[in-house]
Write a protein that binds this ligand. Structure first.
Ligand code: XBP
Ligand code: MG
Length: 250
């Protein structure tokens, strides 16, 4: 029977709650600095998150409000470059923190000998400083949007992580927060645990192996979907091992 050898984590919304008070704020500051009238509200940004990748999100938004393609081609890369710098400053100011229970889980997995990887569609120039600041030395492999240019729900980020780990899909489990992330993991044939947040609680998450509302930090997590009957109180190494055995024996 195959043992779970690695867990592959998404970053935005999963390891860190970075969208509403992080990326959104950086996008808005970039709009302001470049003299654009656009500002993304909390709710509107939740809808825009359906479009993965900052440049694609900007392009879709500006296109929908009537900006010509030629202008977008010039503007989107500049806006995104400035947004990336501004988000790096937000990270450097310690304003992005791990979701409650994440650090405990990562240490628990490592102590049990489970290898850790990251697969995100975010830009490497902010992902790397964020990972070193918050999770220094814990992740063996970090795949970013620069390594896997096709954004989730395409499976390429997860496939690249498996390749770099030298593992097959049967040896690993993905942890995600959103429908696009879940679909990317499933398209790479990975089992997937979804830990929802305020932006993703309403997503259709059919196909997930477990859906919970947190990692379990003191309090017992609320289980939203549990097709294998795992009934976890929190996410920990024995739960990942049990899930790995279940999906591989089924
Ligand atoms: C995250 C994203 C990213 C971030 C912004 O999705 O879609 O675009 O919102 O980062 P996931 P960039 O959690 O599925 O990886 O601006 O660097 O793209
Ligand atoms: Mg995410």
């Amino acid at each position: 029977m195959t043992e779970t050898a690695a867990v592959i984590f998404d970053v935005d919304g999963t390891l860190v709650d970075s969208e509403r008070d992080g990326h959104r704020v950086a996008f808005n500051r970039a709009f302001e600095e470049l003299g654009l009238p656009d500002r993304w509200g909390v709710e509107e940004y939740g809808e825009l998150l359906e479009i993965t990748g900052g440049q694609r999100r900007l392009d879709a938004h500006l296109g929908a409000r009537g900006m010509a393609e030629e202008e977008r081609r010039q503007l989107v890369p500049r806006l995104h470059e400035r947004k990336t710098e501004l988000f790096r400053e937000i990270v450097a100011g310690d304003r992005i923190r791990p979701r409650p229970g994440v650090e405990r889980l990562l240490h628990d997995l490592r102590v049990t000998g489970i290898r850790l990887a990251v697969a995100t569609t975010g830009t490497r120039s902010w992902v790397e400083p964020l990972i070193s600041r918050l999770f220094d030395g814990l992740f063996e492999v970090v795949i970013t949007g620069d390594d896997a240019p096709v954004r989730k729900p395409d499976p390429s980020a997860f496939q690249a992580a498996l390749d770099r780990l030298g593992l097959r899909h049967r040896d690993a489990i993905a942890v995600e927060d959103s429908r696009n992330g879940l679909h990317a993991a499933r398209a790479a044939s990975l089992p997937c645990i979804v830990v929802v947040n305020g932006y993703t609680r309403h997503h259709d998450l059919r196909g997930a192996d477990l859906v919970v509302d947190g990692f379990g930090d003191g309090e017992t997590v609320a289980v939203l979907d549990d097709p294998h009957g795992l009934r976890p109180a929190r996410l920990d190494a024995p739960l990942f091992r049990r899930l790995g055995q279940l999906v591989n024996s089924g």
